[in-house]
Design a protein around this ligand. Structure first.
Ligand SMILES: Nc1ncnc2c1ncn2[C@@H]1O[C@H](COP(=O)(O)OP(=O)(O)OP(=O)(O)O)[C@@H](O)[C@H]1O
Ligand SMILES: [Mg+2]
Length: 253
């Protein structure tokens, strides 16, 4: 009999190999995302984090390995069909329609008619600035507000899984805090796979981590274990990233 206390894996990326053009970018990436959790993907610049996200979505389909979503193998399916299974994507670098208003950006994110009306209260509850600024075109928003809009767009359709690529990139500390609270809140209804270079944010949000280095999976586990493992952090994530204890000490002094 199955163990009812065991968490179900909503997403399993199993040893994928991905080429972009003639370049062999992913050479064995394995990521498991339990349902109802936030899992963070860590790794240096150029490690292959975005390519892993794009491989899950069928934007750079893997040549080898499996991607299993909600019990179904999806590698080889078209990106459009993969998204329709209920996978939302917030790409790097604030992908919004800059000439369209906040409201138009949100409505265009519908997958089914009525998606926006059903979720507007939730979305505007998480991002009150967007409600206030709903008539403004995207290019009149601050960088932080554009990032909020990019995340909000992924919340318009019904999604079981959200793939969010570097949401804190370029944000001021106060906006990082707001973004963290929004991701925490949305994770109560949706499973999240997050790419995040800001280790403090990653460590406060995620239950699980997975590290990618040079196109390969090197380690995964519970975040509460990683924060105490300064050797692992320094080896794979760079000397500039400190453990939580070191960070706390730095704040005290
Ligand atoms: N279209 C492409 N053509 C050639 N090489 C590419 C292409 N896209 C990505 N790469 C290379 O693949 C590797 C992985 O890139 P990827 O964008 O997945 O890394 P990343 O971990 O997301 O990095 P970052 O933290 O900088 O966003 C890098 O060496 C990158 O230069
Ligand atoms: Mg990237």
């Amino acid at each position: 009999m199955s163990d009812p206390t065991k968490q179900i894996d909503l997403l399993v990326v199993d040893n994928i190999q991905t080429f972009v053009g003639q370049f062999h970018i992913l050479e064995g990436v394995t990521v498991t995302v339990p349902k109802g959790s936030i899992t963070v993907m860590l790794g240096r610049n150029g490690a292959g984090k975005t390519t892993t996200i794009k491989s899950i979505l069928g934007l750079t389909p893997p040549q080898e390995g499996r991607v299993v979503f909600n019990g179904m193998e999806i590698q080889g399916k078209r990106a459009f069909n993969i998204a329709n299974l209920g996978i939302g994507y917030v790409p790097e670098h604030r992908a919004i329609f800059r000439s369209l208003s906040v409201l138009e950006n949100l409505k265009l994110a519908e997958r089914k008619k009525g998606d926006f009306d059903r979720h507007s209260e939730f979305v505007f509850g998480l991002f009150p600035d967007l409600k206030r600024l709903y008539k403004l075109p995207g290019n009149h928003l601050s960088g932080g507000q554009q990032q909020m809009l990019a995340v909000a767009r992924a919340l318009v359709p019904d999604n079981k899984l959200l793939l969010i690529d570097e949401p804190s990139e370029g944000l001021a500390p106060i906006l990082i805090q707001q973004m963290m609270e929004a991701i925490k809140a949305l994770s109560e209804t949706t499973t999240v796979l997050l790419v995040e270079q800001n280790f403090i944010m990653a460590s406060q949000l995620a239950e699980r981590y997975t590290i990618i280095d040079d196109g390969k999976s090197v380690k995964s586990g519970l975040m509460e274990d990683l924060v105490h493992d300064s050797e692992l952090i320094h080896h794979y994530l760079g000397a500039s990233i400190k453990t939580r204890e070191e960070l706390e000490k730095a704040h005290e002094s």
